[in-house]
Design a protein around this ligand. Structure first.
Ligand SMILES: [Cu+2]
Length: 172
């Protein structure tokens, strides 16, 4: 756990520079508008949504994929193949004892986002391309894969991405 590295005596003092650092990223974002990761500095997923597909309508789901999350920092399955145009209903179960999440994105957007999550450990996601799943819970994420290529997914709980908690959807 990343937070365990923070000395308990000065938790607040150490948090302040992180918060200020994140705030300066937000204010700096407009100046970086032509930079591909600018959207992620604003913690928005709007830019990635078109490249990876779009939120799906569960009534139009063409297939269901059960995804298992474990405290070994692995998704199962970690690799799957779908067809372009598929609307996939991911049924995501957390079989661990700690919180996990599943966020769909590009490799670059997920890596960037994971870095930001290290700086804001309390954050969870409510975007349509992500589900946060508490231990023992099960949630559904419906996604429409509109373009051939590779869509990645990852757990962005602090430290989990870095520990290898990620996977790939190949869209054919
Ligand atoms: Cu996780």
């Amino acid at each position: 756990m990343i937070r365990s590295r923070v000395p308990a005596r000065f938790p607040h003092a150490l948090c302040v520079p992180f918060v200020l650092g994140a705030a300066s990223l937000l204010f700096a974002a407009p100046a970086l508008a032509d930079e591909p990761h600018a959207m992620h500095m604003q913690h928005s997923h709007g830019g990635a949504a078109t490249a990876i597909g779009e939120p799906g309508n569960e009534a139009q789901a063409t297939r269901t994929v059960d995804v298992d999350m474990r405290d070994t920092m692995r998704f199962s399955p970690a690799t799957l193949t779908v067809r372009r145009g598929d609307t996939v209903r991911f049924v995501v179960t957390n079989n661990g004892k700690i919180r996990h999440e599943m966020t769909l994105g590009t490799a670059a957007s997920l890596a960037e986002h994971a870095k930001m999550m290290q700086q804001m450990p309390g954050m969870s996601h409510a975007e349509p391309n992500a589900v946060t799943v508490e231990p023992g819970e099960r949630k559904t994420l419906v996604w429409h894969f509109t373009q051939p290529g590779t869509v990645e997914f990852a757990c962005l709980e602090p430290g989990h991405f870095e520990a290898g908690m990620r996977g790939v959807v190949n869209v054919r």
